[in-house]
Design a protein around this ligand. Structure first.
Ligand code: SFD
Ligand code: AMP
Length: 612
């Protein structure tokens, strides 16, 4: 079963992760790099991989510029306010000016977008969102990427990036595990675009027992995007900007279509509208951001948490007051059937008819992402024509490692990209990677020695060796004196993060003392990762996913410790610094891990305003 055969693939552009951003990167790299070898490596199957696997019912980022609905400047103001002032405006503007063209491509490729029969325009869910019949969204987008790429390697998980041995500051490729064939894959590439999604199961989910795999964001988003970059020495930003989303209880059904298109209202247990009730208390702590329209996502969470703490839960969303026509009922049901079937199953299993009975809402566990109402990820160069000097170093969406690009959840500082913006950012990165290759490394072969490759191979397959050496000592299935299993490690990680770094069990609250202890426990967990055991290829993948989650968690914890204020209440509270501190902390918190010493440095970067 474990052949340990080495398969080496040479290419020009390597795209890691075939989700929304990865598909965009492959598509655009082909447009500009007609003769280049473009390879996509995907740990699932590109046709149904990533966050859009189940489908979506809306495209949440569309300007509508052909109908003069919005301008990119409007969008920058929206994302900036929603993120309490801290976004990279160059990156956000860049997505906004290109995203409509992406959506028009999706429609051309066969994605059914809903039209408003009267205006003949796309039917709006909200100001930025349009409705789609999106169960097959991912296969449609993946088809374009598959046709564009020279080769797609499905079921291969990338575990590490390779840096060039003659020029340590440059990228040289990646290595990984063939999850089905058991091979060790070595990809040598001139440019690498990491598009490996966000991170779930870093914090303990609300679901338990047999439902524990259920989270709102995809359970196979395992933080690879962050860990791969961190371990390659790339600079990261906003890793403390964890995302907490309000969701239908138990099934994690999203709320956007209900609040925006169906105009449902939320109330406390006694039917009172609570959302604006705390505005003046919020203003005292968080300043004038409370006047932003729409009310920032994190402040909506904050109001809900205040109401729950006051003992007036459950919080309800009144579906029963808005499903008064057949059309609205279809819209509501399709919303979940297209993208979160689990919610309709919860309704059926708990005797909830949404036409009759309201549903409970709860804020989720924190996720790490770069594409929703949050913007954790890599610190990248912006476009030449927009970026301030300190945010431009040659190629759009290139990280601080030469030749290493990112897009989608991977890239920090640019919130509200969603599916369409992530694909668009992939396109921007794909185009820039082709320019980088032709201008900088056209005749240069990546330098990777056999010795280095062998060392990675030994490290990657170690959990299998550990298991085989000690398996006779296992008692009662999983009780083992010599190794830990990946799922045991995940539970331990979730416990540490949930209890010390602001999980839902502590009302998203932490402080310096808790974070200090959390870091000690996380370091112990990191040491124990050397004793991970994997009994088969599936568990080997789980072992490396855990490794990526732990590295991501450490970045999150260190950033949270560094920012001495509460910038995004409702996502995370620093009880020792309960207020937003505009004077000292209207800056990005950035970090760099030094792979040669294992040390971290944390520092700030200015947040520049480009749009008035
Ligand atoms: O409303 C490796 N999202 C929504 N976006 C919208 O536009 N509209 C909606 O209605 C949305 N809603 C929503 C959304 C997501 C989910 C899960 C639900 C509902 C239930 C958000 C978007 O989906 C999201 O913004 C984008 O998909 C982000 O794109 P990207 O490319 O950054 O991530 P990805 O699509 O998950 O792809 C990542 C890929 O990488 C692979 N991968 N491959 C190889 N090696 C490794 N080590 C890898 N690690 C990961 C993954 O398998 C995947 O294919 S609403 O609720 O917000
Ligand atoms: P969600 O379903 O929560 O992921 O949200 C989908 C989209 O709707 C995102 O663009 C959200 O920012 C937006 N959204 C959700 N709820 C609200 C609300 N109550 N007010 C304004 N925008 C919202």
């Amino acid at each position: 079963m474990l052949l340990l055969k080495t398969k080496t693939v040479d290419c020009d552009v390597l795209v890691v992760g075939g989700g929304m951003a990865g598909c965009g990167a492959a598509y655009e790299a082909r447009y500009w790099g007609r003769d280049l070898k473009i390879v996509v490596v995907e740990k699932g199957h590109i046709e149904r991989s990533g966050a859009v696997a189940m489908g979506l019912s809306a495209i949440n980022c569309y300007m509508g510029m052909r109908w003069n609905e919005n301008t990119p400047e409007d969008f920058v103001r929206y994302a900036r306010n929603d993120l309490m002032g801290l976004v990279r405006e160059d990156l956000v503007f860049d997505i906004a000016r290109h995203v409509d063209a992406t959506v028009h491509l999706f429609e051309e490729w066969g994605l059914p977008i809903v039209y408003d029969e009267q205006t003949k325009r796309y039917k709006r869910e909200g100001r930025w969102q349009i409705l789609i019949h999106g169960e097959s969204y991912k296969p449609i987008v993946a088809e374009a990427a598959t046709k564009s790429a020279t080769e797609v390697y499905n079921r291969v998980m990338v575990t590490h990036l390779l840096t060039d041995e003659e020029d340590g500051g440059r990228i040289a490729g990646a290595v990984g595990i063939g999850v089905r064939d058991g091979a060790f894959y070595v990809f040598r590439a001139k440019a690498v675009i990491v598009c490996a999604g966000g991170a779930t199961h870093v914090f303990r989910p609300r679901s338990v027992g047999e439902g524990a795999g259920r989270t709102w964001y995809s359970p196979w988003s395992t933080g690879s995007a962050y860990a791969l970059l961190v371990e390659a020495g790339a600079e990261m930003t906003q890793m403390e900007n964890k995302l907490v989303v309000t969701r239908f209880k138990d099934g994690y059904g999203p709320v956007g279509a209900w609040f925006l298109a169906l105009k449902a209202k939320a109330s406390n247990a006694y039917g009172e509208d609570y959302e604006m009730k705390y505005k003046e208390e919020q203003r005292a702590l968080y300043g004038d951001y409370v006047d932003a329209k729409p009310f920032p996502t994190c402040l909506r969470n904050d109001a809900m948490l205040r109401e729950i703490r006051a003992g007036r839960s459950p919080i309800y969303i009144h579906t029963e007051k808005v499903l008064d026509t057949r059309e609205k009922e279809e819209l509501g049901q399709e919303d979940f059937l297209d993208m979160t079937m689990s919610q309709t199953i919860v309704w059926a299993s708990q005797n909830i008819d949404p036409k009759v009975r309201p549903s409970e809402l709860l804020p989720s566990e924190p996720y790490i992402m770069g594409s929703h109402a949050t913007c954790s990820g890599a610190w990248v160069s912006g476009p030449a024509d927009l970026s301030p000097k300190e945010c431009f170093w040659g190629y759009n969406r290139m990280t601080t490692v030469q030749g290493l690009f990112g897009a989608g959840d991977t890239v920090g500082g640019s919130a509200h990209k969603f599916s369409s913006g992530s694909f668009t950012e992939g396109r921007l990165a794909g185009k820039a990677a082709v320019a980088y290759i032709s201008e900088r490394v056209a005749d240069r072969k990546p330098s990777v020695t056999e010795k280095k490759v062998e060392a990675f191979r030994d490290e990657i397959f170690q959990p299998v060796k550990t298991f085989r050496l000690g398996r006779n000592m296992i008692t009662k299935g999983t009780v083992s004196p010599f190794c830990i299993y990946p799922d045991q490690g995940v539970v331990r990680l979730e416990k540490i993060m949930g209890e010390y770094v602001g999980g839902w069990g502590s009302f998203y609250t932490t402080n310096e003392v808790l974070l200090g202890r959390g870091l000690e426990l996380l370091e112990m967990l990191r040491e124990d990762l050397d004793h991970l055991g994997a009994e088969d290829l599936h568990q080997l993948q789980r072992a490396w996913e855990l490794h990526h989650r732990v590295v991501t968690a450490e970045a999150v914890l260190r950033h949270t410790l560094f920012r001495k204020e509460t910038r995004w209440p409702g996502y995370c509270y620093r009880s020792d610094y309960p207020a937003l501190d505009e004077k000292n902390w209207h800056v990005f918190v950035n970090s760099r891990y030094d792979p040669s010493t294992g040390g971290w440095s944390l520092f700030t970067r200015p947040c520049t305003r480009l749009v008035s």
